[in-house]
Design a binder for this molecule. Sequence first.
Ligand code: SF4
Length: 368
Amino acid sequence: MNLIDDYRNPHRLQERLEVARRLATRRWTIMDVCGGQTHSLLRYGIETALADCMNFIHGPGCPVCVTPAEVIDAAIDLSQRPKVLLTTFGDMLRVPGKTGSLMQARAAGGQIRMVYSPCDAVQLAERHPDLTVIFLAVGFETTAPATALATLQAQARDLKNFAVLAHHVRVEPAMRGVAAAPSAPLSAFLAAGHVCTVTGYESLRSLAADFRLPVVVTGFEPLDLVEGIIGCLEQLESGRAEVENRYARCVRPDGNPDALRLIDRVFAVSHLSWRGFGILPDGGFTFREEYSLFDARRRFGLAPLSTLPADRESSCTAVLMGIIRPPECPLFGVTCTPDAPQGAPMVSSEGACAAYYRYAPPGATTDV
Ligand code: SF4
């Protein structure tokens, strides 16, 4: 049996689900903040299996979903300027801004190309010196190191025709935003293993202490998730609120120092706007002064993000903040489907609405 099979072992999974059921003496509410974990909870039936004894809510765990509409609009604006080639990851193309999506902009003549890595965009800049190649960079601390590396590559190659429209966000401030919201009946967090692989988990200790919430770091395989849930329940039932690492095969307390150094060299922590949350203190990264040449916002005179308003009004916002679950949105599966998405949580393959539509579709017999 290989390692992956071991973490999906159905007999062991049933045993651990039973342990979780026995531990829960009241209906606790556990939130994950990772689209991959949301998908695994639904795909492997964990949420359904425990639906009779606890609640699951899904927080802002999808970087595509939390990118403000104004950032998409800015990317569309740039793609329509002369001698500009806008590049980004494929899942950003269908995300709606306020003026449409990048895919629609491309159909209307915008110069937009999908890439698999920010370093691909650097290569495009090298091959097309007549164009300014802009990379639309979104994501958590997991993708920020690659954007920083691409920026350093461009600097080393003296590529003055490369720039980045960066919107990299930090997860811990969003967890604080959720915990502080009076509408979120939250008992504990599952912390995202991939983010903690980069950041470590020391910074989560003050979050756990400030809000008296257990925070358990875990991964994405079914047994990882159930172990994380058990970790939450053990703390809740014994009145503790600590940070615990149940993903020790990947996550170290101090994370990945090399990746953190890369981020810190190119970016500074700053207040940043999240879709659904508005501006979060220390919610993301912006370019340091010495890399301002590569900052598309500055180079093209775009409005600073800190002045942008929050998108607070919609069901999508309520889903992103864990206030409602996707099936509670009146549009879910009616006018909003993966083929005709009305909001970012349905567009992105990592979004909570897409996860529910795929694994717990409307009309399915399930309690989730
Ligand atoms: S179902 Fe569609 S409209 Fe409703 S919250 Fe999800 S993405 Fe938004």
